[in-house]
Design a protein. Sequence first.
Lengths: 241, 285, 320
Amino acid sequence: MVPVFWLSMRQLTGRWRVILITLLAALPVGLAVIVHFAASDDESFDENFIDVLLDGMLVAGIMPIVTMALSTASFGNELEDRALSFLTLRPIARWRIAIPKLLASIAISGPLLIASGVIAALLGFDGSVKAAVAVGVAVLVGVIAYAAIFTWAGLVTSRPLVFALIYVFLWEGVISSFINGVNYLSIRGYTLGIMHGINESEFQVLSERAIEFPAAIVGAVAVTLVFTFLGVRRLRRMDVP
Amino acid sequence: MRARKAVFTDGIKTILGVGHGSLAKVLPVLLFGAAMTPAVIMAIIASMFEVIGDVLPGHADYYQVVSIVLIIFAALVAPELLCPDRRNGVISLYLVRPLTTTDYVIARWLAFFSITLLLVYSGQAVLLASLILSADEPLDYLKDNWKDIPRILAAGLLVAIFITTLPLAISAFTNRRAIAAAVVIGLFIISSATAGILTECDEGHNDDRFGNCEPLTGDSAKWYSLVDIGRVPTNVNNMIFDVEEEGERSRITAELPRFVPIAWYVLLSGGLATVLWWRYRKLSA
Amino acid sequence: MTTTTEEPINEPVPAQPVIDVRSVSKWFGNVVAVNDVTLQVFPGITGLLGPNGAGKTTILHLMAGLASCSDGSVTILGEPVRDNPAMYQRVGVMSEHEAVYGFYTGRQFVEFAARMQNLKPVKEPVDRAIEMVALADAQDRAVGTYSRGMRQRIRLAAAMVHDPDVLILDEPLNGTDPRQRIEFHETMVRIAEQGKTILISSHILEEVETLATRILLMVSGKLAAAGDFRAIRAKLDEQAYKVRVVTDSPRAMAAALVGMEEVDSVSVGPEEGELIALSRNVNALQLSIPRLAQEHGIRLLRVEPMDESLESIFSYVVER
């Protein structure tokens, strides 16, 4: 597993890619700095901060986009280059290939996005550790769940990006705004639910759209396990080009 | 000339999925359908209830209504036109023909632009046709609203130019379609959210204690509104149709001198086109 | 042994196959890539040949467990190939696709393969594999900077690093120069002499002719011929043999040959004094020619069979 993990890390961390992800992760921090120094004590700024910066930008924008770009490429690149056989023609169980690939995309995207969310929360909530922990844990769970789905997508279709974009922007973006129940089947819903569940007082503005904390945890874990299992199963059964 | 035409035709086929798998064919159809759907719905409502103008979105608002479809179309299709050729080393095969990199880029740009223009115009055409046909006096409606036609053509052209140039310029910098698509989508979403934070305030808390709602960045907010990449063609579209959208961001942008959104559009479109051209010249060197 | 168009041409083979393919078919939608193929591969070097689109790569993928059979079964060393990763401890596969991890050095690339094979320690097998493909001087360069032939060789090293009992190689000679082909030939013969099984798919008929003790010939998804190519040729009894005869009196020789029962036809060749005789009984013909020459006072300059080559077998079987 370790050789596959480090191979994937090498494959996914090109110089420009890391710079781009770092810049994206730094954006909420930069804006949080502006908000922190420019905002008055009016709570409307807190609501704006949560709605636009944490939800609109980080949870609904940067997190799925970064995870999408990395996780779909975990297997997608090898399938495109027809190099997957180099991994599968080895005496190792398929889960020992799939899991390290998944972990590598989480290892690259996770720390940067979590740091971004935590620092932005500390700045936006005047140093509130509880708010920072809520955001950090929620982003971690979101990254893991997105990574599981998009890694699977990279195996089942030659166009994982189409699937990812439709899922993120159509399902989680448009449809969930009309049908509230969709949040129970949405990683964005789980992320916001966890954020709100850990720190209800400071994330009260999410109370109308966040799902219940236990549902968010169960949903996120279930999605991660199911799509990881599906990914391993797909790798076992597929015809490797 | 033949070589350029071949590259153009190949680009059209790639966009429409000709010679590719079924998903590649289904996608353009779905996106066309998605772009047409608002027009069809508006047309049905207009024909049934004779409601037009201020009540429903009209021609002026059409681009904003379908912008998400256009962005997804641009993000998915533009990388397909440029990235695989570089990834598979096919560019060198093109350049041993009587074709320069400039010819190649122009041919690809024209192919994408043609389809984008069709996408932009098709919905407007459906809406216009239905409004004319559902009017009590179609000829009178046309006589009273004939100015909409050149406005639709001009605005559509400018929107298509922008939607074509931006994702192609981004795709010129990476061989991986996924990265290019992610950057295109990310740029639109993140610039919108960034501009939102820098320019908007929560109107729900607009109360007497604070007077009028003031953006975070004060008077500079109107300049920060330009950060939203997705609104660059919208602003020009609004100027062509001479309308002002509802919403805080539109109100703030309207405070800018009239030439500023146009100049910003020209700077961005021209700059991105130059970057695209320069990038391919560098690749061939 | 009948030689109808539907039955493969087989010659007798030893008992225990290493790779056993039984009634295997593979279809992709409406396209049947492999059609009810039964074949066996034994220790030694076996060549897999066929024109483009014959199904060679598909059958190799099926043998390597990379694809599932639509019908039939494949076993290697008695074990099923599909969903059986443990099998790869004894099997090494080199696919036709030239993709490599360009950021690795040659050594790192082979070390990665060794680690994936659970080899411990890694150094000696890697040194040996790199030495076998003569890339010791370039092992510290990034694979992305290698020439095509070097990439083929480093991929071969990665396939052989764990000293497998069975090697399946798809177009291993692509991009290699003549000197490298000679070295490859020597390496394969050395491996085969250890009792290993090597299956090579190649378009380079001359190399397979000198290297392989047995060939498998696929045409249009079916197995058209299997065995030693000379024995296969012998069994193609409906196809007359061509024999080139060069003499100082071609007219007299032609008249003498035409009178023979064993000779189907005689034609004039492009060279001076050259005749091309077609016969279904080449042994009898070759015995008769010197006698005829002596009887008619004709000086023989050259007598040689023209289709005792794999290329002629290949062409004939493909066209039939």
